[in-house]
Structures are given as C-alpha cells and as structure tokens.
Design a protein around this ligand. Structure first.
Ligand code: C2E
Ligand code: MG
Ligand code: MG
Ligand code: MG
Length: 280
C-alpha cells in the first residue's frame, strides 16, 4: 500500500514538474516573440541625493506586458531569458533604449543599466556598449552599469578583464544587491567599483542595531575604497533620516518614486517636490 502511495506521489510530482516545464517553454517562446517584436519596455526609477532631493541618476528596469497574462515581473522573465539564451538580445535592447532615452533627460542625470552575468560570456559586451554609446551620442560618463557578484562566480579572470575594458571606456560600474550574496566584502575589493548599492533587505531592517553596525562598516569601507553608496528600496521618511545620519548620500525606492515610463519621470513635478521635502 505504501509502495502504491509512493508511486502516486511520484506521478503527481512528475506531472507537476512537467506542467511547470511546459509553462516555462511557452513563456520562453512568447518572450522570444516579444523581444523580436521589440515589445520589452524600459521603465526608470530615480536615484535621489538625500541631502538635496536632487535626482542624480535613473535606473533602467525592463518591463514586459504579456498579451494575456498581464505584467510579468522581471525576476521571472529575466530568468527565462537567461535559461533560453535570450538575455544577450534582451540586454542589448534595454541598453540601446536607455542610452537613447537618457539623451532626453537633463544633462546631469546618469542612466544605470543592469547587466546579467551571462552578458559577459563571449558576447562582445564591450563592443555592444561602445556601439550603444556611439549610436545614441550619450557621453560615456553618463552611463552606469550595474552588476551583481554572480559576475565573479564564473570565468572570474575573463569577466574581470571585460569589466576593466568597460571601465576603460569611461562608464562607471556599480555593484548591485550588495550584502545578500556569499562573501560580499571580498567582492568589493575585487574590482575598483564606482558605486555600491546596498540591498533593500538592509534598509528594511535599518531600525535594528545589528544592521546599523553593518551599515557603518560598509560606509567606512566605501570611504577607504573611494566609492559612493546607494540605499535600495527606501520606502519611508524615517529610513531616509537614518540613512542620512549614517552618512549614506543616495537613496532609491518607492518613497521617492516607483519605476515609471520615461514620459512620467518628473524632474520638477510632485515626485520632485516630495524629494525636496525629504531633503529639507
Ligand atoms: P535590481 O536591479 O536590484 O532593481 C531594483 C528592484 O527593486 C526593482 O525591481 C525595483 O522596482 C525594486 N524596488 C525599488 N524600490 C523599491 C521599494 O521601495 N520597495 C520595493 N518593494 N521594491 C523596490 P524590478 O523592476 O522588479 O526588477 C527586479 C530585478 O530584475 C532587478 O533588481 C534586476 O536584477 C532585474 N532586472 C530588471 N531589469 C533588468 C534588465 O534590463 N537586465 C537585467 N539583467 N536584469 C534586470
Ligand atoms: Mg539594479
Ligand atoms: Mg539592486
Ligand atoms: Mg535588489
């Protein structure tokens, strides 16, 4: 009897797995079509200077509105793109749009683009970035590339060389989602980053003294390494105050603005008023 139950279990489990795999294949096919039809949109979220309320940069975030399923979060479709060999093309589209859109933004606002570790593997990333800059006319100093420590997990030497060549172009490099990985402190010293983005999970727990202690040592290290710090996922005024007292200069999060389409970015509007109020 128990043997039968076990067998049933296996059948249910494998059927579930199969359904899941089928669904992922469908999603992959549909994503390929969406990329082909140039339907992936780019939204932008401001990064604000806490002391002045000024927008210093915007982060480009990919958006996919599925015909029938509606909005699919990037955490889901980026993984599908990576698994299905679509991430290089998707990444190029986002980069191209971000550089082009940045040309319509104030000249002192930078644009940040996320890179997947897979875009490093034999995809002429340096040429792609060079081309996107040339085609748009965006000064290289206005482009920031965000990577996670996953870039250092595979092909370390090759990826490090690519990073160095990117940096030599004059773009800046940010370490994203800092603090959630394995041995993050060592990654900070593995490359001369320009910026480190502290993961939202730290900001969520910023009222705890353990978190404050960790943030203090990150601020110290950032000073030593001469890199700037951004707090991700800032949602409350109280968090802004705590970040400022820690000496963290920049913040990004729903408190300031959600990611929005290019046309809805406000340098002066209500979003900007709120940013100025927070700074006051
Ligand atoms: P990320 O690069 O760390 O981007 C920040 C994410 O945090 C965004 O999620 C943003 O909407 C969200 N966020 C910002 N402020 C807040 C807040 O105050 N509260 C909360 N709850 N969330 C906040 P999103 O747009 O869903 O993107 C998720 C991740 O998907 C990104 O994390 C990034 O790793 C990846 N991603 C998005 N677009 C691209 C892309 O074009 N290329 C690649 N390779 N990855 C991308
Ligand atoms: Mg990012
Ligand atoms: Mg991040
Ligand atoms: Mg994050």
């Amino acid at each position: 009897k128990s043997k039968n139950a076990g067998r049933n279990c296996f059948h249910i489990y494998s059927a579930e797995l199969k359904a899941e795999a089928d669904q992922r294949n469908v999603l992959e096919i549909e994503l390929r079509e969406a990329i082909w039809r140039d339907e992936i949109e780019v939204f932008y979220q401001p990064v604000t200077e806490l002391g002045t309320g000024r927008v210093k940069s915007v982060e480009a975030l990919a958006r996919w509105h599925h015909d029938t399923r509606g909005f699919i979060p990037p955490t889901e479709f980026i993984a599908v793109a990576e698994a299905g060999g679509l991430i290089v093309e998707l990444g190029n589209q986002v980069l191209t749009k971000a550089c082009r859109d940045a040309m319509t933004m104030p000249g002192d606002v930078n644009v940040a683009v996320n890179l997947s570790a897979l875009q490093f593997a034999g995809s002429n990333l340096v040429d792609t970035v060079t081309f996107a800059l040339a085609q748009s006319g965006l000064p290289e100093s206005r482009l920031e590339l965000e990577i996670t420590e996953s870039v250092f997990l595979a092909d370390t030497q090759e990826n490090l060389k690519t990073l160095q060549r990117l940096k030599a172009l004059g773009v800046s490099i940010a370490l994203d989602d800092f603090g959630v990985g394995y041995s993050s402190l060592s990654y900070l010293t593995a490359f001369p980053f320009d910026k480190v983005k502290i993961d939202k999970s730290f900001i969520d727990r910023i009222d705890r003294c353990e978190t404050v202690a960790v943030l203090k040592s990150i601020v110290q290290l950032a000073r030593t390494l001469k890199l700037t710090i951004v707090a991700e996922g800032v949602e409350t005024r109280e968090q802004v105050g705590r970040l400022q007292s820690l000496g963290i200069p920049l913040g990004q999060g729903f408190f300031f603005s959600k990611p929005v389409p290019l046309a809805d970015l406000s340098w002066q509007g209500p979003g900007a008023r709120r940013r100025r109020q927070a700074a006051a």
